[in-house]
Ligand binder design. Sequence first.
Ligand code: FES
Length: 581
Amino acid sequence: MTDHSKRKRPEDLRSHRWYGVKDLRSFGHRSRTAQMGYHRSDYAGKPVIAIINTWSDINPCHSHFKQRVEEVKRGIWQAGGFPVEMPAMSLSEPFQKPTTMLYRNLLAMETEELLRSYPADGCVLMGGCDKTTPALLMGAASMDLPTIFVPAGPMLRGNWNGQTLGSGSDTWKYWAELRAGNITEEDWQGVEDGIARSPGHCMTMGTASTMTAAVEALGMCLSGYSSIPAPDSRHAQMATLSGKRIVEMVWQDITPSSLLTAASFDNAVRTVLALSGSTNAVVHLIAMARRCGFPLDLDRFDNLARSTPVLANLRPSGKYLMEDFYYAGGLRALMVQLGDLLDTTQQTVDGRTLGENIAGARVFHEDVIRSREQALVPCDGLAVLRGNLAPDGAVIKPPAMEARLQTHTGRAVVFKDYNDMAARIDDPNLDVDADSVIVLQNAGPQGAPGMPEWGQLPIPQKLLKQGVRDMLRISDARMSGTSYGACVLHVAPESYVGGPLALVRDGDLITLDVPNRRLDVRLSDAELAERRAAWQAPPPRFERGYGVLYLKHISQADSGCDFDFLQTGQREQAAGEPEIH
Ligand code: FES
């Protein structure tokens, strides 16, 4: 552990190699800094703080970052640092095709390499929209400079015709009602206009809210701030405070490796489970932990889920939205309820332990943040399934599905890829009923590619009209954290690389048994072997560019979908980084 009583000297700063030495290259660094209007007194002997900003004109979740970055800079200046904004790829969930997940590792690499190649002594990470959070943290953890995360904060509650609307969750709900003929096109447009009405990320307990909460539980952002609504003035204050704090963290040399431990990742997993957070957190936290050298795996999630109650009554599993959660006391209050399920001795960016951070936090609305006695669900906010259909695992979110489907057997209705599904799902002649099991193949990390959030497979229109609102659905895709339903996700190995999901055919009987954590197709080993022998690998999805690198190095969902060459050894490399001239 880092000795926080020791302070760095200016000549110990990493940026000293750029600004402090007397050679030809440093002449260039100083003269070009002067070219930008800075006097040497602005930076000499001061920590250079890189602000990795994922603002973009096409990312509505980060539209306030243009202003927030100025507030971060204000804090850095006030604390005696030198702020340097470094724009990075903005992974905009609503716009990027086929999926932002294809680019999570690219942003992680960009973050790491920006920090490595420029004179950064510490960094502020500005993110929030789904993949930006894990990507930024993965890159920064690998580089291991003092780091603080500034979460984008959730947008305000949606509103339409006096009804509260939640990102994603109410989109799926009203889309189903439109397809069932229960609302008009005009109603649908009203939902479109009212569901996203301020800057900030999705305000349900989707992937963004889940991952920023995980970051706070990991101790990587200022305590109590991950759930402040983006337009709230306290959000701007948090940005300035983060700028001030990172400067002190550099002098104290508080690095990610001194904060991120196996126990802090357990805290993050517990917190995500208590929030009934997005299943995407499974993939991201495994990737983040493995960057730090901790072998977090699916079984750890399942083990912790068995003793972690769901305490947050938030959509899609519950009733309320993030604005309500913040006013009810926010994450500190929830963590107080978790009590001894957390290791409160873990250190945080605040310079205090988690326990010191959350001491005294209170719940102000007991239906939003429940006590353990009044838990929304006593345990099993997430379940990891295995069986002959998912030898390396799959996940499901039991609180977000109709309970009758937790133990279910039905006939498979198989779609070989997304386009096949889109073309046939609403065919009135499709041989499907409410007990059928809808299977989507080739939607995984390599198959889609990028493992998009296609896992909430649509219910056939003819069944919607009969009133069916949930069915068992299985894929190797992910699912938006704002989604719900009996959706088995992340099936590994994926069908594209020959996992058993690729061998399922129409009419096969599939059994889901959540209490016993099983997912099986009722086929003999001999039948599966015969089908495997006849299976042909699909052609590669990419023949040039980043996609080729991606396909060659991407790991399966149970390993976090990181690139194999990034998972290990990075800290050692950073520590032994060659002198840069
Ligand atoms: Fe950005 Fe949901 S679209 S968080």
